[in-house]
Design a protein around this ligand. Structure first.
Ligand SMILES: [Zn+2]
Length: 206
C-alpha cells in the first residue's frame, strides 16, 4: 500500500517537472500570470479527478508514438486542456486568441477576436521576429470540469497488443481499473468507470 502511494506521488512530481519544462520552452522563464493560473487550476482539477497518474503514463506513451512516428489523436474536449497541449498530447492551443513570439516568448492578447487562426499573420514583435497567431479560446472545464474524466485517444490498430502490454506494466497493481482499451473491432476489453484513454482506430496504417 505504502509502495503504491509513494509511486503515485513520484509520478505526480515527475509530471510537474515535465510540465514546468514545457511551459518554460513555450512561454519562457516567467510566463504570464494568466497562463500560470490557468495551468494551476487545471492541475488541481485533474488531481481532484485522480487522473494525474494517468496523464503521466499517457505522456510517456505519446512520446514513444512520436519517436516511432505512429499517428495518434485525441478526440473532442481534450483539446480544451492547456495541460495536455503543453505535454504534446493534443495539438490545439486552448488559450484566448493571441500573437506569440517564438524568440522572446512575448504574448500579445487579441481581445475581441474569436479565434487566433482568424488573425492575420503579419505581426512583428518589437525584436522584429515574425509573431505566430494562435489560440482557440477553449475552457479547460470542457474536459476536466466533470465528475468523470474522459480522454479518448485514437491509435493504429496494429498497436493494440503493445499498448495493452504497456498499460499492464504501468497498472498491474490496479488491474486497469481506470482505463478502457478497445480492441481493433472497437469492443471494450477493459472496462472503466473513470477514463477511456485509448481507442484503436479502425483503418489500417502502413
Ligand atoms: Zn520577440
Amino acid at each position: 500500500m505504502l509502495f503504491s502511494v509513494v509511486t503515485k506521488e513520484s509520478k505526480k512530481v515527475k509530471l510537474k517537472r515535465i510540465l514546468r519544462m514545457r511551459m518554460q520552452e513555450k512561454y519562457g522563464l516567467c510566463p504570464e500570470d494568466y497562463i500560470c493560473d490557468r495551468l494551476e487550476e487545471e492541475w488541481r482539477a485533474v488531481d481532484s479527478l485522480g487522473l494525474l497518474e494517468h496523464v503521466w503514463v499517457l505522456e510517456k506513451l505519446v512520446q514513444w508514438l512520436k519517436r516511432k512516428q505512429y499517428p495518434f489523436w485525441a478526440r473532442g474536449t481534450a483539446s480544451s486542456s492547456l495541460l495536455l497541449y503543453l505535454l504534446g498530447i493534443t495539438r490545439a492551443n486552448p488559450l484566448p486568441p493571441h500573437y506569440y513570439c517564438p524568440y522572446c516568448k512575448n504574448i500579445l492578447w487579441m481581445i475581441g477576436c474569436k479565434d487566433g487562426f482568424d488573425l492575420s499573420d503579419a505581426q512583428l514583435c518589437k525584436d522584429k521576429t515574425a509573431m505566430i497567431n494562435d489560440g482557440h479560446d477553449l475552457p479547460w472545464q470542457s474536459v476536466w470540469g466533470v465528475k468523470k474524466g474522459y480522454l479518448e485517444i485514437d491509435m493504429p490498430k496494429q498497436l493494440y497488443g503493445i499498448i495493452s502490454r504497456y498499460y499492464s506494466i504501468h497498472y498491474s497493481r490496479q488491474k486497469y481499473k481506470d482505463i478502457d482499451i478497445l480492441n481493433p473491432a472497437g469492443e471494450k476489453t477493459v472496462r472503466s468507470p473513470k477514463l477511456r484513454i485509448c481507442r484503436i482506430i479502425y483503418i489500417d496504417y502502413h
